[in-house]
Design a protein around this ligand. Sequence first.
Ligand code: PLP
Length: 412
Amino acid sequence: MFHYKDRRLFCEQVDLEEIAQKIGTPCYVYSEQSIMDAWQAYEDALSGLPHLICYAVKANSNLAVLARLARAGSGFDIVSGGELFRVLKAGGDPARVVFSGMGKTAAEIEFALKAGIRNFNCESEFEPALIDEIAGSLGVTAQFSLRVNPDVDAVTHPYISTGLRDHKFGVDIAAATEIYRKTLSLRNVRASGVSCHIGSQIIDYSPILEAAGKVLSLVETLQSEGLGIDHIDLGGGLGISYQENEDAPLIRDFITDLRDRIGRAGLTVMIEPGRSIVGPAGVLLTRVLYRKKSPAKEFVVVDAAMNDLIRPALYKAHHEIKPLRRTEGGSVIADVVGPVCETGDFLARDREMPDVRPGSWLAIASAGAYGFVQASNYNSRPRGAEVLVEGDKWRVIRSRETFEDLIRGESL
Ligand SMILES: *Cc1c(COP(=O)(O)O)cnc(C)c1O
């Protein structure tokens, strides 16, 4: 959806420079078409199997994005009461919401039960007991899955790998059967599924298949013991192509490899993609402020920083950087850095890029997921605007923060 036309970078039919000029920078721009195409690819890949796509809200939780997905019939994977609040505000169907996360509070559980969500993905043996107690007091029955830890290495950055035995997530798959058995005595909860999520930005999906195989064996055991397990939740995690030599796994191939194994068990498949739906659909626009040279390095100083996109600093992530206007000029090898007072404040290091001048604009690619949602006000920097493009139209879906926003809630 991002392409050059007459040397200018477009998102769908909109010249990104028009947005940069009118809205200013830093500014996140999302392509509605790209989001919906990615979502539809999951939908197409899963057709023929009973299924529910639960978009992982944490990847990009803007109301307009959620509303668009809700309109298409998407479900949602939430990890907090705040995310449930957003889904409901966006018109999402609570009956299509699953609640993941390992530290759900009693207040969050109560909120979710009152809203009538579909399923809790529990991460310890204590959670079903707490949900049972709260459901009992509300006079409702809740459905839950245990998130099992299949002890599979997702082969991704250690900070976003979650499926190994020494990670904090889920319950050890070997202990799961016993925990499920114990929950049979709880009267206000019903074990309805098994879930797993082994990590994020997974390029080779064979570990997800391996994990799914282990989960399916567990489901068979549970079914043979008379537990009414009716769904398997495969989590999210499919990677995207952040750089040209990185091949994003095809959703279609991934599901095809699982189809037979799931079909035989008669299960509804749930899946919780986040990054692969919104990641490639967004860019972060930034303006070049200065060019600077040290004896050892060239720097391109821009007006976006680690507080706007923390992935390079946090995960050593690579994001392609593209000029909004292609020129004939030469190229440089430079660090692209922001104004924040941290050496870790960089968007790219030793990057070969166009020899850009102050005042020109750049697009940081693949910033639609884990971009704005991880933004902070560090250095008292107001967070940037968010824009949604649809065809030849665009609109602001979150306005740029003001100085007044920075001090909201504070007192002298
Ligand atoms: C983060 C997360 C996801 C989404 O992961 P992506 O890599 O963005 O697809 C799905 N499920 C759970 C439980 C998560 O924590």
